[in-house]
Design a binder for this molecule. Sequence first.
Ligand SMILES: [Zn+2]
Length: 366
Amino acid sequence: MKKIVSILMCLLALKSFSQDTDQKFIIITTDGLRWHEVFKGMDSMIAIDPRFNQDDSLELFKKYWSSNLSQRKALLMPFFWSTIQSQGQLYGNRNLGSKADNANPYWFSYPGYCELLTAQADTSINSNDFPPNPYENVLEHFNKKSNYKNRVAAFGSWNAFDRILNEKRSGFPVINAFDDNQIALDQPDMKLIHQMIINGFRPFGNSEILDVFTHYQAFTYLKTQKPKAFYISYGDTDEWAHHGEYKFYLEAIHQFDAWIKEIWEYVQSDPFYKDRTTLLITTDHGRGDLKKENWTSHGQSIPDAHETWFAFIGPNVKPLGEMKDTQQVYQKQLVPTLIKLVGESFKPAHTVAEPIVLPLKYNSSH
Ligand SMILES: [Zn+2]
């Protein structure tokens, strides 16, 4: 009997050990999505403005408007306001006292992604044309760990990620924009997606592709290569906002929400990922709202463009939904918080920010 008990205890120990060391994470960003739409749904003042509604306000109101706040936000982002609300945590609703901000003083993309992915705000990173990032990012760090090595990859719509993630030095695949994508071209789906990227319409020129291609490349890679540390970066939200096309911006948000649903449902249906995968979902910067027409823009000249948002969902995330009256959170703290949630460490040569004090879920397996 004693022997059986000790064997059982050994098995139990092994079980919780595998859960502790076999955690995966996916960081997902959508460029320049405002917290206002995340927490309040469609903005009726922008939607009725003929400068922005693309002559289709009727359709916009039909699809995304309700005078009831909780119905309205769920019309725009149904997955956020069902599954993430009931199983995860959502930060950044300033109306409820939850403030999330850039710590960097620039409020545009390269400094924002650098702050997020290297967990610090260095003021020398001050341009979208900045050369390859001198700082080690979290994916690069994980690719050096024996239990994550060669199970790390990043997909992005914008070609600047080759520099932001310092592809040459980092040593993991960074597939962006019109990149060759040699790492997975043996997958028939990947070949077709790549042909469509090369031969399709280029609304954002030669540095950025439509998110539909980024998503299906990343999703195919996720299902076939099973990365353990993964990054997907979407960009349509920022592009359509800069164009002042509020209808396309809203459609991009709605589609982003649907893709997160697709990813999460796949993760939770696959034995390799199920209950061992944490998602961090966020953005690189905010955009204006104090002056309504500034919703199209961001950067230092827009006084409220430092306001951001983020969400967590995963096995160690306590299901508290929309957070109220939280501490002030900075973008540089998000990755340290994520890494704490997966029970790992992120200790590059530079100093990283402290994780936020997150209400942790009691995990019954240990
Ligand atoms: Zn932008």
